[in-house]
Design a protein around this ligand. Structure first.
Ligand code: ISL
Ligand code: CA
Length: 564
């Protein structure tokens, strides 16, 4: 069977608001992206995924859409979008758009109508319920804190919003809603979009009756995921979407899938029957979350044994059926080098190691803007410097829970989504060359050392290392299709695994620490010779690869020659 084009692709995510400002208003925009297309091409990626660029009041930075068929004023016009599409396509790069259809903005005309009266023709586009004993219809907690229900005085009922109260959930039970969404998808596909990244797509079907979630904390609202994630009609809706829309286009579909297990992933992404092409799962993103922490925003140190466990379980489960994405970063997550690497002394080494890991796994790698130059977390002094609704709400909830402002800020520094949303650092000029005006969110003060211009002049930069990783994927089918196997009995700081396709075998050795543990080729991986494919330190020729001390955050990939 011919491989679909996205299996050996690498995807680059752009968060338009923070990528490049072309007109000095402090907000990134489409002409700004166009001005940096050569840079993206130089990296060698195949696909660009744009976070939402549609009309939006920006309560959740574009994930609250008020018009699906037009561009946000600050970002530009449809003509700018066409120029961006053409600029990408001329460079052989495909364009994936964010599709946010679990909810709209409360400023969407559908919701404005829906809210007007109980018998408005659009009433049923959303999920309205009467209160229960003067309270919300159930005890579900919103992802951004507080109740998932908002009371609307005009009609005396509540509407459901799994995210902010300005993001009412669409009612997918209503066939008219589904038709509208499919029409809109066709509208974009007919304009040359190459696929969709589908925002919280596994939440579109809610369990009938919307039952209360079990009470497991002493907070007023509870996690109701069991009643709205992978709900009873989710597969049916997605199969319908596939038959009605996707089957008629060569489009890539990436499902964002909170709480997905490998079994869900196989069901959703099976090549023959699955409605989607790949998933964004979250198991590794939970490794440093402490669910018992304040306001559901707790943090704990992650550990390598757990990362191995999660990764290996997913790699093994999806070895033959289904397909996966590989990521450590996106616009919702702290910067990977600060989180899983070392953003101090070994920033460059550890950033390269994390890139090696992601690109040597089975699955499609995602690079989030700035990752390729090793951008780090930020630590603004005051909550007033933060822009993200999730961050701001949780800060407030933590204080209400009695957490001290210092402790709450420490958690914000660890977990805030704004860590990923500070502007792209282009050069050492003011505001990192992102804007000539006042940026909508502060630039990370380390932009003078960490920026694109620096990376492009340094042959040993993270940028060029990433480019090499991307090139290796193109040239070595074993990286795309090889079978993953964890090697056993490594020292606790080392993560080593093999990838095997026929006679071709790669050995990936990663030291996830600033220590210098000794690597020993395990007995289960017999090999006489190893040809070095890539490494993040200079490696002398002829040294025995079967036993050597690793340097801090050292990463090496060998092609092994079998014995005899
Ligand atoms: O961001 C998270 C953890 O910090 C998640 O809870 C996140 O809200 C979840 O992954 C869903 O994300 C997507 O939908 C949200 C939007 O805020 C995110 O930016 C988007 O990626 C609602 O549309
Ligand atoms: Ca602008």
């Amino acid at each position: 069977m011919q491989q679909p084009w996205w299996k050996d692709s690498v995807i680059y995510q752009i968060y338009p608001r923070s990528f490049m400002d072309s007109n000095g208003d402090g907000i990134g925009d489409l002409p700004g992206i166009i001005s940096r297309l050569d840079y993206i091409q130089q990296l060698g990626v195949d696909v660009v995924w744009l976070s939402p660029i549609y009309k939006s009041p920006n309560d959740d930075m574009g994930y609250d859409i008020s018009d699906y068929r037009d561009i946000m004023d600050e970002f530009g016009t449809l003509a700018d979008w066409e120029a961006l599409r053409d600029g990408l396509h001329q460079r052989g790069i495909k364009l994936v758009m964010d599709l946010v259809v679990n909810h709209t903005s409360d400023a969407h005309p559908w919701f404005r109508e829906s809210r007007k009266s109980r018998d408005n023709p659009y009433r049923d586009f959303y999920i309205w319920r009467p209160g229960r004993d003067g309270r919300e219809p159930n005890n579900w907690r919103s992802f951004f804190g507080g109740s998932a229900w908002e009371y609307d005085e005009l009609t005396g009922e509540y509407y459901l919003h799994l995210f902010s109260r300005r993001q009412p959930d669409l009612n997918w039970e209503n066939p008219q809603v589904r038709r509208e969404i499919y029409d809109m998808m066709r509208w974009w596909l007919d304009r040359g979009v190459n696929g969709f990244r589908m925002d919280v797509i596994t939440m579109i079907s809610k369990v009938e009756g919307l039952p209360d979630a079990p009470v497991v904390t002493d907070e007023p609202y509870q996690w109701g995921g069991d009643y709205f994630i992978h709900g009873p009609r989710m597969m049916e809706f997605l199969q319908e979407m596939r038959a009605e829309v996707l089957a008629h286009y060569d489009a890539l579909t990436i499902g964002e899938a909170v709480a997905a297990t490998p079994a869900h992933a196989i069901e959703l992404t099976d090549r023959e029957h699955g409605p989607l092409d790949m998933l964004i799962h979250f198991e590794h993103m939970a490794l440093d979350h402490d669910p018992g922490g304040p306001a559901g925003y707790g943090w704990r140190p992650w550990n390598l044994a757990e990362l191995k466990e999660v990764t290996t379980r997913w790699q093994e489960a999806l070895a033959e059926r289904g397909w996966n994405s590989q990521y450590f970063s996106n616009h919702d997550q702290p910067r990977q080098v600060s989180r899983f690497g070392d953003d101090g002394r070994y920033r460059v080494e550890s950033a390269k190691l994390l890139g090696t890991f992601l690109h040597m796994l089975h699955g499609t790698p995602f690079i989030y803007q700035g990752e390729e130059i090793g951008m780090t977390n930020v630590a603004f002094d005051s909550i007033d410097a933060y822009r993200d609704i999730e961050t701001i709400n949780h800060y407030r909830l933590m204080l209400e829970d009695g957490v001290s402002p210092e402790e709450a800020m420490a958690l914000v520094h660890k977990r805030s989504r704004d860590n990923a949303r500070t502007p792209m650092q282009w050069d050492a000029s003011p505001h990192g060359g992102f804007t000539t005006g006042n940026p909508w969110i502060g630039v990370n003060p380390n932009y003078r050392e960490i920026n694109v211009e620096q990376a492009l002049t340094d042959p040993n930069s993270i940028f060029y290392y990433y480019r090499e990783l991307i090139r290796l994927r193109k040239e070595n089918p074993v990286i795309i299709d090889g079978r993953y196997k964890l090697t056993l009995a490594d020292p606790p700081e080392i993560y080593a695994f093999t990838r095997t396709l026929g006679d071709d075998r790669l050995l990936v050795i990663l030291n996830f620490s600033s220590n210098q543990p000794v690597f020993n080729l395990p007995e289960e991986v017999p090999a006489e010779e190893g040809e070095l494919l890539i490494a993040n330190y200079a490696v002398e020729e002829g040294v025995d690869f079967r036993e050597f001390p690793l340097r801090p955050w050292e990463a090496r990939v060998y092609r092994l020659a079998p014995p005899g």
